[in-house]
Design a protein around this ligand. Structure first.
Ligand SMILES: C[S@@+](CC[C@H](N)C(=O)[O-])C[C@H]1O[C@@H](n2cnc3c(N)ncnc32)[C@H](O)[C@@H]1O
Length: 219
């Protein structure tokens, strides 16, 4: 897996190198300012961010977030990703579907979540975070002890976090960090209705790998 370093805000972030941006994505990106949320503290201080709030970190091309936003028009849905073609793709889908409840940040997910007010989020989603399968790279995984305790601080009481991975090592790490988080409860679950079957599900079926979904709630 090729990687590049990127300084997004205060933290060094490692992201996989992916494909080029299409013309349509690039044109859509010209309208990023209409969707952009730069700092999580804006959520509680602006009427633009009506509660309840849901955040998807690492939304990729944005297909699941678009579905979630369409199913939950009363929810302000915030997508956080550092992948610019994906941001362009998400903006295009919002325009085509006429969705006005999606906001987007291109900051590192951990830094963005840290900037959000405590006990302010209803739902957090992290689907197929980059697996970093090599042992020497495993420290780069997004879902670690620090991220998990940040999730616990930011969720409202009874708020939910949904995660999915096709990496057994990552699944074990997710289980271990949430088990140590005393104010969160839950574990393996069925695929939530908001998570569309994606390229990662199809690839896992083809390779005979299991996709593992998790659902936890804040006690
Ligand atoms: C393997 S893709 C999965 C995309 C999508 N969730 C899906 O299920 O199709 C992981 C995504 O997480 C994003 N990502 C990786 N590290 C990130 C970070 N620190 N903060 C925000 N997004 C990140 C990548 O840019 C990429 O779009």
């Amino acid at each position: 897996m090729k990687a590049c370093k990127l300084f997004s805000g205060e933290k060094r972030v490692y992201v996989r190198q992916r494909g080029r941006m299409t013309k349509a994505q690039s044109h859509a990106l010209e309208r990023f300012a209409e969707y952009e949320i730069t700092d999580g503290s804006q959520i509680l201080s602006s009427f633009d961010y009506q509660e309840p709030i849901a955040i998807e970190i690492g939304f990729g091309m944005g297909h699941s977030l678009v579905r979630y936003a369409a199913m939950n028009p009363e929810v302000t849905c915030i997508g956080v990703d550092v992948y610019l073609p994906g941001i362009g793709s998400l903006i295009r889908q919002c325009e085509v579907q006429g969705l006005d409840n999606i906001r987007i940040s291109n900051r590192d997910g951990n830094s963005f979540l840290n900037s959000v007010g405590d006990k302010s989020i209803e739902t957090i989603m992290v689907f197929f975070p980059d697996p970093w399968p090599k042992k020497r790279h495993s420290k780069r995984r997004l879902v670690n002890e620090e991220f998990c305790s940040c999730i616990a601080r930011k969720l409202k009481q009874h708020g939910n976090v949904y995660l999915a991975t096709d990496s057994i090592q990552y699944a074990n790490q997710i289980e271990a960090v949430f088990e140590r988080q005393s104010d969160m409860s839950g574990g393996k679950s069925d695929r939530p209705s908001a998570r569309l079957e994606s390229h990662y599900d199809t690839r896992s079926q083809r390779l005979g790998n299991e996709v593992i979904d998790f659902a936890y709630f804040k006690k």
